[in-house]
Design a protein around this ligand. Structure first.
Ligand SMILES: NC(=O)c1ccc[n+]([C@@H]2O[C@H](COP(=O)([O-])OP(=O)(O)OC[C@H]3O[C@@H](n4cnc5c(N)ncnc54)[C@H](O)[C@@H]3O)[C@@H](O)[C@H]2O)c1
Length: 248
């Protein structure tokens, strides 16, 4: 795989899975715009520059249309184009549905799902003109199989899957592929928040018997972003150690 001369935006890539994706795409030759809502983006951009690749940190809240416009316009003004978008930024606010507040519902839907729409719409204007593009959104197997306490998150991730399938059809004739990745249980700060009992219980549902690493997800993203994946669009790729199949 070779992503030399490709320009990629990775949302929420200051840590966790997004950071692993940013580093993996840079290794493969891409110029990487590291976005996050906080200063963590800066450190990742520095790491990429130390690899002798071009990189820029852009602080932006991808749930806001105005921030997304700035993220995309700054990227285009700096590097002249946008080839790859990875919609990775996401949050959880877990609660049983009977106790879930309006705020927790809205925030999770906005940060996970609306951001995917905003970023995709903004980059498509450029990708359609250049007749090449790769859009990869990080969903979750929770959006396929459900999970108690995560009605907001599961709805957002299921929404990303419907969005992916629809946009893939809308832009297929323009040389743009649109796919989603559904990770299972990956070892990041998001899952480290879970108590030990819950982690052990979830582990029992993983046929391969261990948690995935952010790098496992990054490898799948690098493939879908490559020329080699040109005939794959509208798909959801589970990166989950077999968890969704076992859980259904
Ligand atoms: N960890 C898992 O097991 C797992 C499983 C399935 C899916 N996912 C998904 O993978 C993605 C990355 O998860 P992670 O585990 O690395 O989480 P994480 O919490 O470690 O990282 C998420 C990053 O997104 C950033 N972010 C949050 N809100 C943002 C906003 N409004 N604008 C810009 N950046 C924002 C955070 O600052 C953080 O750096 C998420 O979409 C998550 O839902 C994770």
């Amino acid at each position: 795989m070779n992503l030399a001369n490709r320009v990629a935006i990775i949302t929420g890539s200051g840590r966790g899975i997004g950071k692993a994706i940013a580093l993996r795409l840079a290794e493969t030759g891409a110029t990487v715009v590291v976005n996050d809502i906080d200063e963590s983006a800066q450190g990742v951009a520095e790491e990429i520059k130390a690899m002798n690749r071009q990189s820029l940190a852009i602080l932006a809240d991808v749930s806001l249309s105005s921030d997304v416009a700035r993220l995309v316009e700054t990227t285009r003004a700096t590097y002249g184009k946008i080839d790859i978008l990875v919609n990775n930024a996401g949050i959880t606010r877990d609660q049983l549905v009977v106790r879930m507040s309006d705020e927790d519902w809205d925030r999770v839907l906005t940060v996970n799902l609306k951001s995917t729409f905003l970023c995709t719409r903004a980059v498509l204007r450029h990708m359609i003109k250049q007749r090449w593009g790769r859009i990869i959104s990080i969903a979750s197997i929770v959006g396929i199989v459900g999970n108690p306490g995560q009605a907001n998150y599961a709805s957002a991730k299921a929404g990303i899957i419907g969005f992916t399938r629809t946009v893939a059809k809308e832009v297929a004739s323009r040389g743009i592929t649109v796919n989603a990745i559904a990770p299972g249980f990956i070892d990041t700060e998001m899952t480290q928040q879970l108590g030990e009992d819950r982690r052990q219980e979830l582990m029992r549902h993983i046929p391969l018997g261990y948690l995935g690493s952010p790098r496992d997800v990054a490898e799948a993203v690098a493939f879908l972003a490559s020329e080699e994946a040109r005939y794959i669009t509208g798909q959801v790729l589970n990166v989950d150690g077999g968890m969704a199949e076992a859980w259904l």
